[in-house]
Structure formats: C-alpha cells, structure tokens
Design a protein around this ligand. Structure first.
Ligand code: ZN
Length: 109
C-alpha cells in the first residue's frame, strides 16, 4: 500500500487489537489504545510484551526491545496467537520474511 492508501484506510473497522493477559484480562487497543496497537508480527521480533503489576494493583503490559533498535526501524512482536483446536496454525499465515519464519502467527507447539 502506498502511504496515501494507508492514510485513507479505516483501520479501526478492519483490524483487531486484542491482547490477552495471564489473569484473563483482555486489552482491546481499539478502545482508547495507543500507537503500540499497530506493532506488527515477526517470527524474529525485536520487541517483547512483558506483564507488570501497576501500583494500583492492575496488570499492565510493557513493550520492551530485545536488541538495539535504530531510529526508523520497525518494531515488531511475536504475536504467538493462541488458537483453539478447530483452527490450524496455517489459518494464521505469516509473511514476515524472516529466515526463521515458522509460517504462522500462531504460537509454537
Ligand atoms: Zn514469520
């Protein structure tokens, strides 16, 4: 997509931004989320999502880098999608082009 096409696309109606936490809480980045909701998947990510307890006792999500990142370099996470047994990992194809690409955004078995 060209930058103009990206800008013109209504992403809010095309994408989901759900992130499940270990306590069962689901963060929906479409509801007041910040720019981190646009992090793409990679099988060789340069960022990792880490849970941390906030001072108010709620579980929060921090995004940390796993290596040095240059200005302008894309940040990405391994989505490691949790899928139920009715779906094959291939239903969530990955096109990250990493030499370590496992071909799916689903979590490793
Ligand atoms: Zn991949």
């Amino acid at each position: 997509m060209s930058p103009a096409e990206v800008e013109a696309t209504d992403w809010e109606s095309h994408l989901t931004y759900l992130f499940g936490l270990s306590d069962g809480t689901v963060i929906d980045g479409a509801q007041g989320g910040n720019a981190l909701r646009h992090l793409n998947h990679s099988c060789s990510p340069n960022c990792e999502a880490v849970e941390a307890w906030a001072l108010d006792g709620t579980l929060r999500l921090d995004i940390i880098t796993l290596c040095d990142v240059r200005a302008g370099e894309e940040l990405c996470l391994d989505y490691a999608l949790t899928i139920d047994t009715t779906h094959a990992p291939e239903a969530y194809p990955c096109a990250c082009s990493s030499v370590e690409c496992r071909g799916t955004m689903a979590a490793s078995a």
